[in-house]
Write a protein that binds this ligand. Structure first.
Ligand code: C2E
Ligand code: CA
Ligand code: CA
Length: 711
């Protein structure tokens, strides 16, 4: 060990090593373990590339699954171990820089694709094998026929030595001979097999042609047939086989015996069923996933006359906050609980619930009467969410926004329906959340889909469609301007100005937030420097810039910030980075290290939206923050007069705690003079809000500052 950190290539290799160790014991190759590792390395690289690709494509997973089969890792256990390995190590070893939540989603999708690719390749191989067995049957038939006529000893050798099951019966179906392989398939008891005549070996899953082909064969009208057939073993379990039956004629060509060759496919079948299940269900909640839901929706929207469908598209409100502040494990448990509750809302025939990913769920109802039913379904879902969820001794309130689409089958495709539901859900969210809305075709036409915005984001940054507005921060003591917060906007060519709530989450999801955030920082720092140059008289104005959680984990954060400050010539003391409370709660030292470095250089760190997470006040001491920004919700409680006494007490408590920890307190969302006065009395240091100014262009700030300075 040199103590040098591993490079990405070393980590990739280590991942391949672990993978090869996991599957080597169950492969049927003649390779050594290091040789297998050598084969897995390019597969690991494909997965790693797909994980980090700018636009995600699950096809890589499919190719890797197929490659496993090609590498003779055909045992179901080899797939299962490979999936475990990818699940546990891919993000860990290959996704060090990315947003972990997004990477984990990608990893899960890659695993599903691997399972599907594996199943597909296995199916193709089976077809090839069937062809080989058929050829073997033809050969065996002549060999056995010869043997019957010639030497009993030679016949025995062929018969007993065969790896596939062989049985011989007369044309009435009396079983005359079975070999060891066949006996083993049926559980080993000769009595159990020979006790029954061939026509008695029926199974409920027999395809209709199975017995017709049999009759044709024993009548001498057919030389052989090939089917997939199940049998009951004597113990009642099912044996699935690839069955080839051939007619044996005597020396004069008269039908004499029937010869059955069978290959046991039970395991493979189970694997295929399991793979199908895994490819269509969500691993976390066990609910049907997007794939299966889409299949069902497709059926529902193309059902026959008089059939209708109703769809509820649910997105949890504020799930990200819970996930960020309590951790992924708690977030996952919440999702599982929500999934269980949803499931119990849609139990009637024709109803289903699925998880589309993240905190998005859908419930579908079908039939002639969905106009009424879909409202009832949405009601049941809202009610199911009312009871708080207990996790780690905390009671979490779960709320959700639902978009409802209802209509007759045969008019729209599934993608269009889902899009409309998504837009409607978004409308419910914009109206404050915790409600449902009905789809409205006109609103749909105007609406902006998240998908459309997401794909347009990268080009928007290159084309310079973003701009920044500045909202002043004011000293509550004397009303002087203290600085400004930079708030980014997107001037979208079709939709006009979009607020950050519309696109920041999408930028976080796709990773664009890192270059976008860097751009905002650069612009804002340059702006602050200009203010200082042009208006030295109005005191050193400070600039506040928001940081996303993804930027916090990005390794370039400290260096980028230092570079920008130096290049633009701004003192570190004039910059304040705002980090949301939820991003820091439960943060470990690694996450805090870059912030600590910045704080040591003199950059202020503000804890944004304070009071909305689930933080422990005692924890504040650990964090490298110097400012608390009290969330708007506290200020709202003071809008009426007299203010809510409980809110006042809470704010008073927070302010005195903050001051005792040497933290300054900023309040957001101050809309009236009464609020400002109240907050000043409570001891808050600075304030921000419409009462002073709405966010606006940079020139507006010094107008305000000059007004203060002069009057
Ligand atoms: P925030 O940091 O809490 O920003 C304050 C938000 O409150 C702004 O919304 C602002 O316009 C709004 N606001 C200000 N005064 C009042 C008031 O008196 N009453 C009311 N009702 N609202 C007021 P905006 O601009 O829509 O920003 C929303 C959020 O987007 C911000 O919340 C911040 O978290 C995020 N954001 C904005 N710019 C950036 C950025 O450059 N990077 C990152 N990562 N996030 C950003
Ligand atoms: Ca902020
Ligand atoms: Ca805030």
């Amino acid at each position: 060990m040199t103590g040098e950190p591993d490079g990405p290539e070393d980590r990739l290799r280590r991942f391949a090593t672990i993978w090869s160790r996991a599957v080597f014991p169950i492969t049927s190759t003649s390779l050594t373990r290091p040789e297998l590792e050598q084969q897995l390395l390019p597969l690991a690289r494909r997965l790693s590339d797909a994980l980090k690709a700018r636009t995600f494509d699950a096809a890589a997973g499919q190719a890797v699954g197929a490659a496993l089969v090609a590498a003779h890792c055909t045992d179901p256990e080899a797939l299962s171990r490979s999936l475990d390995c990818v699940d546990a190590y891919l993000v860990l070893y290959c996704g060090e820089d990315g947003p972990q939540e997004a990477l984990r989603t990608r990893s899960a999708r890659l695993q599903h694709a691997m399972a599907a690719g594996f199943a597909g390749a296995l199916r193709e191989r089976t077809l090839a094998e069937q062809e080989a067995i058929y050829q073997a049957a033809l050969n065996a038939r002549s060999t056995v026929a010869e043997a019957l006529h010639a030497s009993e000893a030679r016949f025995r050798a062929v018969f007993e030595g065969a790896a596939i099951g062989i049985g011989i019966a007369d044309l009435e179906g009396n079983i005359l001979q079975v070999n060891g392989a066949l006996l083993r398939m049926f559980g080993g008891s000769e009595q159990g097999v020979r006790g029954r005549k061939v026509p008695e070996w029926t199974h409920p899953e027999d395809a209709p042609q199975v017995w017709r082909l049999y009759e044709e064969l024993v009548r001498g009208e057919r030389e052989h047939y090939h089917v997939e057939k199940a049998f009951y073993r004597p113990d009642g379990t099912a044996l699935w086989t690839n069955l080839t039956v051939s007619l044996l004629r005597d020396a004069d060509g008269r039908p004499q015996y029937q010869l059955a060759l069978m290959e046991d496919t039970t395991e493979r079948r189970l694997l295929n069923l399991r793979l199908r299940y895994e490819a269509t269900h969500d691993a976390l909640t066990g609910l049907p996933n997007r794939t299966l839901f889409f299949e069902r929706l497709e059926k529902a929207v193309s059902a026959g006359n008089d059939q209708r469908f109703g769809l509820c598209y649910l997105d949890l409100d504020g799930f990200k906050t819970i996930n960020d502040s309590l951790g992924h494990a708690a977030g996952d448990r919440l999702l599982v609980e929500v999934a269980d509750r949803l499931q119990s809302c849609a139990t009637a025939p024709g109803e289903m619930v699925a998880r589309l990913g993240g905190d998005e769920f859908v419930a579908l109802t079908t039939g002639p009467d969905t106009e009424r039913e879909v409202d009832a379904l949405a009601d049941r879902i809202m009610n199911a969410l009312v009871t708080p969820v207990r996790i780690d001794g905390r009671e979490l309130t779960v709320r959700g926004s639902i978009g409802i689409v209802e209509g007759p089958a045969g008019e729209r495709g599934p993608a269009e329906v889902l899009r409309s539901a998504d837009i409607t859900m978004y409308r419910a969210k914009s109206a404050g959340g915790n409600r449902f809305e009905l789809a409205d075709p006109e609103a749909d036409a105007r609406a902006i889909t998240r998908h459309g915005l997401t794909t347009a984001l990268p080009a928007a940054l290159d084309r310079g469609e973003f701009f920044i507005e500045y909202q002043p921060l004011v000293h509550l003591g004397d009303g002087s301007v203290h600085g400004a917060e930079a708030l980014v906007r997107w001037l979208h060519p079709q939709h006009g100005v979009l607020g950050p709530d519309r696109f920041i989450p999408l930028a976080e999801h796709t990773g664009l937030i890192v270059p976008l955030g860097r751009w905002v920082l650069e612009q804002s720092v340059r702006q602050a420097r200009q203010w200082q140059e042009r208006h030295a008289d109005s005191g050193p104005l400070r600039i506040n810039v928001n940081l996303s959680p993804c930027q916090l984990t990005h390794p370039g954060l400290v260096q980028d910030t230092v570079d920008i400050l130096e290049r633009e010539g701004l003192d570190a003391e004039a910059l304040c980075l705002e980090v949301t409370e939820s991003a820091l709660i439960g943060a470990d030292d690694d996450l805090l290290k870059p912030l600590r470095r910045l704080a040591e250089m003199g950059v202020d760190i503000a804890l944004d939206d304070f009071g909305t997470g689930y933080s422990n006040l005692a924890n504040l001491r650990r964090l490298p923050v110097s400012i608390l920004k009290l969330d708007r919700s506290f200020t709202q409680g003071m809008q009426q007069f007299p203010a809510d006494p409980v809110d006042l007490k809470i704010v008073e408590g927070i302010v005195s705690l903050a001051h005792s920890l040497d933290l300054a307190v900023t309040v957001e969302g101050v809309e009236t003079g009464a609020q400002a006065e109240q907050l000043r009395i409570l001891g808050c240091d600075t304030a921000q809000g419409w009462y002073y100014a709405r966010p606006g262009p940079p020139e507006r700030l010094h107008e305000l500052a000059l007004v203060d300075a002069t009057g």
